[in-house]
Write a protein that binds this ligand. Sequence first.
Ligand SMILES: Nc1ncnc2c1ncn2[C@@H]1O[C@H](COP(=O)(O)OP(=O)(O)O)[C@@H](O)[C@H]1O
Ligand SMILES: [Mg+2]
Length: 275
Amino acid sequence: MLQLKNVSFSYNKGQTDEIQALSNINLSIKEDEFISIIGENGSGKSTLANLLNGLLKPTEGEVLIGALSTKDDKNLLKIRQKVGLLFQNPDNQIIATLVDEDVAFGPENLGVERSEIIKRVETSLASVGMQGYKKYEPHNLSAGQRQKVAIASVLAMQPDYLVLDEPTSYLDPASRQDILKLLKRINKERQISIINITHYLNQVFVSERIISMKKGEIIFDGSVEDYFSDDKALKASGIERPLWLEIKQKYATKVSEIKKVNSAESLGEILCLLS
Ligand SMILES: Nc1ncnc2c1ncn2[C@@H]1O[C@H](COP(=O)(O)OP(=O)(O)O)[C@@H](O)[C@H]1O
Ligand SMILES: [Mg+2]
């Protein structure tokens, strides 16, 4: 379990330019969830992500990974192994000159044995469908492929939680979908919790739980289904229910095929089949 207990965070604490980025956050995340975090710019999403693996420490309250608090510096190496963090731009994350070296880098730093590292490089690259690219130089890959390598490098640490801060912002729509599918698969097959920060509303429907943030606070935390049936919650976060979902909610009881709809594309497909 990953827990935030009464967590607040301010940048430049105690100075004239102090900014309170998070206020009194309480959160529990289990080890096999798929969570989307949404909220307008400046609502505190990235700050929250950085608190989850101890890159930032709470000004008040506590962040616990199992029994390990991020407050205690001697826990940080273990915590960073357990909670992998991935950023928008893969180029800030990839350090080695060859794909396989980059994936090996994390476990090498953890002091993992050579034979085990080789295994991890294989399985992590296979998990993201990049096993054929071991000897490629990252700069010769597409942005989507580089983001997959960055994900593999985090997976090689064998984390329990994978936190992604707008991981598809630099990608084209097709790669975006690709990465999302990949995250769903990793969540299912590896039983790793995925915490995906996104500003693409269509991405939240692969997750089970949604956390909506506003001005440093959590204003909704619950199932995706409940969120999109809750007019107040939607209004508070300035979100409009997508048209395909309106149609689903209206017609699912009348046309059973429509129950399966989970995106605009799938509504289109089902309507074609029905007509
Ligand atoms: N390094 C920083 N120094 C000072 N203020 C920051 C810093 N990073 C973010 N902030 C401020 O903290 C608040 C939350 O920002 P952030 O966590 O980046 O939000 P989001 O990721 O939702 O856009 C904003 O008011 C932002 O301006
Ligand atoms: Mg951000």
